[in-house]
Each structure stands twice: as structure tokens, then as C-alpha cells.
Design a protein around this ligand. Structure first.
Ligand code: ADP
Length: 401
């Protein structure tokens, strides 16, 4: 591993963004006030085979590190502490003036990003049961940054906030009302990604941005958002990050009767069911091969093809349902690792949707262009890379002046 030459780094104000998940911790450093990217990277495979990669776009430097075989990999807290220290060492003359965090759950209270204080942390802790696999790690990231960087302003940016003001019928389940009142609602997630796309549409496609738009965030986690005039009015993810589309390892929409069967007839515990639904299902469960779309696309195995087919089928079904919820469709955006990079999945999703007024431009699709529909298509189809880190940086800049 090499470190940058201190002479290259000047003393400029910068923002650090942190996205601390269960097995990966992503970070980026942006120069203020333009929010030019100075450093980006991630710790992957935390707690197992931990790897570190980072790159500094200006200088072209690349950094990699793997914990040597035979040594115990750091646990989550250890990985966070190591990363904070590495970033501080890299900084040299650079000054971090605020830190923004991705926090998966803001509940019904937080409908926008917020400066973190003790009262905010206490409220966010209460939400841990609603997102047990994400929220504790997000909050651990805030604590690690506080410990490493002292009294700097920290900003929590929520994946739920963008969806906060959906109409009641799109926000509730048909369960006894008391459960809705205590917070059993459809929160929707991936909000930072959707907000980034909504902002981008306003700049680049202002007419369509004012209309009815479906954004499909198709990554390892996958969901869809229906927008009217740039605001979220429907999402496929609900109470947890499990609902809606099948994902890398998560099941997506499921008949609740399956859960009753697993508990009553198979005697599975809550922990076993949680592991099954979050870690062993989706593309990985269906294929029995991998959660990674690239691996499945390269495979000749029938089960790999069936997993892709199911993924595509569910996306198409949800597009139909979402178009009905929006009462029409003006544009559709594909984003996330699969939406941005898989020519084949984009084709399979869009080429059979002429009934909705979609006409795919296969040449543009193969070339990875932004507009992938023909000029005749009634619905504008777009491929737009998302940038959640940039969205966190914008919120952090706005709140930590
Ligand atoms: P996360 O939700 O972890 O941020 P990403 O948005 O990075 O996930 O998406 C990861 C998914 O994108 C994986 O299934 C990966 O296989 C898929 N992907 C990335 N690049 C390609 C590609 N060139 N072709 C097909 N799928 C791709």
C-alpha cells in the first residue's frame, strides 16, 4: 500500500461521506464547495476476507490492502477504526470539515437529513428493530467517525426520507390500524439514490421530470420508485428492505403464509428465517450459484437462467403495477449496478413492453447510452448511473456550513 505525497495535498476543506453496511463500508471525500471527488473506496467482506480498495481520481493513485492469510480479519468495529485511521493518514494537509452518513431508517419522524446530536442518536437507536441488519452498522459508523474526528458536524442522511410523504393508501398495510399507528408502514428505501436521479432529471430532462416517472434501482439491493413531479408516490420496498423485487440474496415479495409455514411446520426460529430471507434467497437462492448478476449471465446452468428470468419477470410486473399507480408513464430510468451495466437485463425488461408505449433502441442500449428508447417511443427510457455518495455530500454541505 502506498500513501499520497503530502506535498500534493493542499489544505482545502472537504466532506467525508460514510456508508457503513453490514459487510461493506464505503466512503468518499469531496472537496468543498464544488463537491469534486478527491478520494473514494471501500472495505469489503468485513469480518470474513476483508479487502480494502480506494482511488484518488485527481492523481490516479490506487490503494489496495488485504489482511494477510492466517491473521484474524477485523470485526466491524475494528474495520471502522482501521478505516478512519487510514483516511486520516491519507489526508495529510486536507481538512475534513463535516461527515455525512447514510442511515437506512429515519422512521416517520425524519423526513430530511439532520445534524446528529445525542437526541437524534437516541431516536435512531429506537429504529434499530425496524432495520436490524443495517441500522446498527450505520450508527456504529457515526460513532466511529465521532471518535476519530472529534467534534466535527455529522449529518445523518436517510434512505426513507424521500418517501416520507406518500399518500396513505401507498403507505399502509391492510392490518389493524393500531399497527400502522405504531409504525408498521411502508417506508420505502434507496431514497438517496432516487433523490439523486430526481435532481438529475430536473436538470437534464426537465419536462419529463415534471411527469410520471418510474426509477428502477437494480443493484445487489433492488427496488423501484414511482415519482410524480419529482416526488416519490410509490415504492416497491415496504416495511423492511425485503419487499418488492428479488435481490442478490433477498427474497422480495413473499406470501406471508410462507413465513407461517416455516415457523409452524419447519420449526424455524426468527433468526433462521431472517437469515434465509436476507442472505440465502433472491438470485443466490434461486440459482444456487451466485448473487452476482455477472456470474449468472456467464453461466450455462438452467437454474442461473431461471433466476435471471424471475428477476426480469418481477421487474416487468412491478413496472406494470407502478404505471397503474401513477396512472400512466412518461419516463423510466434504470440505475444501480445491474441497471447501469447489464445490456441483457435492460433488453429483457424493456423489449416486451410495447403495450406501455416503450420502444427500446437496441443499438443505444448496447452502446450504454443515456437515452435507450427510440425517438418514436411514447415513454422515454434512460440509463443513468446513480451517485448516493454525492447526494449525502450535498445534504451534508447544506447542513454543515
Ligand atoms: P449494491 O446494492 O451493493 O450497491 P451495485 O449497485 O453495485 O450493488 O450492483 C451490484 C450488482 O450489479 C451485482 O449483481 C453485479 O453483478 C451487477 N453488475 C455490475 N456490473 C455488471 C455488468 N457489467 N453486467 C451485469 N451485471 C453487473
Amino acid at each position: 500500500m502506498t500513501q499520497s505525497d503530502p506535498a500534493i495535498a493542499s489544505s482545502v476543506s472537504s466532506l467525508l461521506t460514510l456508508n457503513a453496511g453490514s459487510s461493506s463500508i464505503k466512503f468518499a471525500l469531496f472537496e468543498r464547495p464544488e463537491l469534486a471527488l478527491r478520494l473514494t473506496g471501500e472495505l469489503d467482506g468485513v469480518g470474513q476476507q476483508t479487502r480494502f480498495i480506494a482511488s484518488a481520481p485527481n492523481s490516479g493513485e490506487q490503494f489496495t490492502y488485504e489482511w494477510p492469510h492466517g491473521t484474524a480479519p477485523p470485526d466491524h468495529a475494528g474495520a471502522l477504526a482501521w478505516l478512519m485511521q487510514w483516511i486520516k493518514t491519507w489526508l495529510d494537509g486536507l481538512e475534513v470539515s463535516a461527515i455525512g452518513h447514510r442511515v437506512v431508517h429515519g422512521g416517520a419522524d425524519f423526513d430530511q437529513a439532520v445534524l446528529v446530536n445525542d437526541a437524534v442518536m437516541a431516536k435512531l437507536r429506537l429504529l434499530e428493530p425496524l432495520a436490524p441488519l443495517h441500522q446498527p452498522h450505520n450508527l456504529a459508523g457515526i460513532e466511529a467517525a465521532q471518535w476519530a474526528f472529534g467534534l466535527l458536524p455529522q449529518v445523518a442522511c436517510f434512505d426513507t426520507a424521500f418517501h416520507c410523504h406518500q399518500p396513505f393508501v401507498k403507505d399502509c398495510f391492510a392490518l389493524p390500524r393500531a399497527l400502522y399507528d405504531e409504525g408498521v408502514r411502508r417506508y420505502g428505501f434507496h431514497g438517496l439514490s432516487y433523490e439523486f436521479i430526481a435532481d438529475h432529471l430536473k436538470e437534464a430532462f426537465p419536462l419529463h421530470a415534471r411527469g410520471r416517472v418510474i426509477v428502477a434501482h437494480l443493484g445487489n439491493g433492488a427496488s423501484m420508485c414511482g415519482m410524480l413531479d419529482g416526488h416519490s408516490v410509490a415504492s416497491t420496498m415496504g416495511f423492511s428492505a425485503l419487499d418488492g423485487l428479488p435481490m442478490g440474496t433477498r427474497c422480495g415479495q413473499l406470501d406471508p403464509g410462507v413465513l407461517l409455514y416455516l415457523m409452524q411446520d419447519r420449526g424455524m426460529s426468527a433468526k433462521e428465517i431472517s437469515d434465509l430471507l436476507y442472505k440465502e434467497s433472491g438470485l443466490k437462492g434461486l440459482s444456487g450459484i451466485s448473487n452476482d448478476m455477472r456470474t449468472l449471465e456467464a453461466s450455462k446452468e438452467l437454474h442461473a437462467q431461471q433466476a435471471i428470468d424471475y428477476f426480469v419477470y418481477r421487474v416487468k410486473r412491478e413496472i406494470g403495477a407502478m404505471a397503474a399507480a401513477l396512472e400512466g408513464l412518461d419516463a423510466i430510468v434504470l440505475t444501480g449496478g445491474i441497471g447501469e451495466h447489464s445490456v441483457g437485463v435492460r433488453r429483457q425488461i424493456l423489449q416486451s413492453m410495447s403495450w406501455l408505449g416503450i420502444e427500446l433502441d437496441e443499438h443505444a442500449n448496447q452502446a450504454g447510452q443515456t437515452i435507450i428508447s427510440t425517438a418514436r417511443s411514447r415513454v422515454l427510457c434512460l440509463r443513468i448511473p446513480t451517485n448516493e455518495e454525492k447526494m449525502i455530500a450535498r445534504h451534508t454541505q447544506a447542513l454543515a456550513t
